[in-house]
Design a protein around this ligand. Sequence first.
Ligand code: IMP
Length: 430
Amino acid sequence: MGNVVVIGSQWGDEGKGKIVDWLSERADVVVRFQGGHNAGHTLVVDGVSYKLSLMPSGVVRQGKLSVIGNGVVFDPHAFVAEKGRLAAQGVEISPQSLRIADNAALILSVHRELDAIRETSSTGTKIGTTGRGIGPAYEDKVGRRAIRVMDLANVDVLPERIERLLAHHNPLRRGLGQAEIDPAAILEELTSVAAEITPYIDRVWRLLDERRKAGERILFEGAQGTLLDIDHGTYPFVTSSNTVAGQAAAGSGLGPSSIGFVLGITKAYTTRVGEGPFPTEQDNEVGQFLGEAGHEFGTVTGRKRRCGWFDAVLVRQAVAVNGIHGLALTKLDVLDGLDEIKVGVGYRLDGKVIDYLPASLADQRRAEPVYETFEGWRETTRGARRWSDLPAQAIKYVRHIEELVGAPVTLLSTSPEREDTILVRDPFQD
Ligand code: IMP
């Protein structure tokens, strides 16, 4: 199969950073294909912790090409700031190691402001966004008025692009009781950063096609998770991009026949940041235990994550919509020491038991989980590197999850350390 796509099979924060880092060591090219700097991937390499938001995980390794694809919404100032933070940690990023798609849409201050205005307004639906301007930037892209990365290389076109953008935003802002934006301010925002971005701009679809033909291994690095997908997630409490594996093709310009192995990162329990339905949420001492044992705080916003039992219904659905070949199961050790462990296996709705998450928000809110209860284990699974290091009950739990969701565990992560991983199948070798 050659290439690998890594996606989150729940609401994000499944522990993608470690798995992507582990895989990026084996890859030649690492590609981001959706989202933006709303993502937060923590990598621990040789004991040093790196926090990445917009940058593909390949940047921390020598000799890898990192690519920001057209499906990403690109904040040029956030890029420069992240590049600076990485440089302070000794990671140099250059056009030799990183390329940005010419046709990616930009995130501007006007998008961040609109995100904040909506989230703090007393009317409307509060989504609990990361406040990075992601949604408003995608709106402008779909509305065909976005300023794109390529425009930074041709500042002569900017005044006309800005006029078009503000013809939409200024009336909107007036309606929201906000001051209008001066086109000169946006022009300054763009021209002040253009020279730092232009050396990285590339025709990414062609670059990836060439690398594919040369037999290089490409890793597609998904951000967020399937239940945050704009189509397949818990709408409207979702992010504004397609987070599913199919987007790896559209969001990079490499055709779907080259996508290869789909690896679904799956946490051994469930978490969610922000608002929205969460059927197996445990707003009690169990949730507190999981949150503390799992250090469940957001990398980007520092927000406390909501915690609950593993929901096999959701992950089974994620296996289907992504075409997941195998799971990377993470944070099993967080369940160590629990007397009993529950797993959601269906929902009760209007007196019937259903085996899928209904599409309507009202039904998602009413769906009551049906649980199976497992006996827990006393021993630690932390740091296990072989199946024989795991307690029998933990193996039983993993095997049952595989059966319930209909996909095998190809990789089991037992601590944040890279080596604490049980590899069943190497996704790149498939
Ligand atoms: P936005 O992507 O900032 O528009 O936020 C929309 C929703 O997606 C909110 O519930 C966020 O908490 C959630 N979200 C966005 N990025 C991430 C992520 O990387 N991990 C987990 N949740 C995320």
